[in-house]
Design a protein around this ligand. Structure first.
Ligand SMILES: Cc1ncc(COP(=O)(O)O)c(C=O)c1O
Length: 208
């Protein structure tokens, strides 16, 4: 039987998901403060999960707009009526550069960037200093293509289909500290703490 035919509640599948996690931890040199999650909905789902999990009505988040995918991430946060601060954008020159000398807000809950904007081809060569504000990066199109200092990030995510796996699943790596910031009363399927506590196998929650 192939992986698509076996139960995701089976010991066989436990071995597969745990092996995938261990490989990611080894390749990206993650310490135990980071949790590797697998979430449905592709990278696009993260565009809404991130503001839902980390922004209350009062909090604000900084976004850097470097192309199509950053624009989509911003739009999803705005649809949710969250406060978004676009601290820098390269839209004036059709997203052909990465903005420099960005002044991040000291009171924002996170800074969101897109490490490589697939369509426009703008890639951050090095990652910005956010002054202690957690950095969140959409790495869908360059994950595993270079060494990363994960200590710079609170959360990274990558739709798997480009560099690491099948379409539809998104790999999310989240730091312990970010799990502490998750808002209450989120639907289970949109709550990072549930994924983290259930090894990304959510249905177990209902096994009472
Ligand atoms: C940088 C970036 N972010 C997000 C996405 C959307 O990914 P998904 O199709 O997994 O929702 C893509 C897809 O091409 C992408 O290149």
């Amino acid at each position: 039987m192939s992986v698509t035919e076996i139960s995701h509640r089976s010991k066989w599948f436990d071995d597969i998901i745990n092996d995938a996690k261990e490989r990611i931890e080894r390749i990206l040199k993650l310490d135990e403060k980071f949790h590797v999650l697998f979430i449905q909905g592709g990278a696009s789902m993260q565009f809404c999960m991130i503001p839902m999990n980390f922004l209350s009505k009062e909090n604000v988040a900084d976004y850097v707009n470097t192309g199509t995918w950053s624009t989509k991430a911003i739009k999803e946060a705005v649809i949710l009526d969250k406060k978004v601060n676009i601290v820098a954008s390269s839209e004036d020159r059709d997203f052909t550069y990465i903005p420099r000398n960005i002044r991040f807000s000291s009171d924002s809950s996170y800074v969101h960037i897109t490490s490589n904007n697939t369509i426009k081809g703008t890639q951050w060569a090095s990652f910005p200093d956010t002054g202690g504000v957690p950095l969140i990066a959409d790495m869908s199109s360059d994950i595993m293509s270079r060494q990363l200092d994960m200590n710079k990030f609170g959360l990274i995510y990558a739709g798997a289909q480009k560099n690491i796996g099948p379409a539809g699943v998104c790999m999310v790596i989240i730091h312990d500290d970010m799990l502490e910031l998750v808002q209450e009363n989120l639907p289970s399927m949109l709550d990072y703490t549930i994924y983290s506590s259930k090894n990304s196998l959510l249905f177990q929650k209902f096994n009472v």
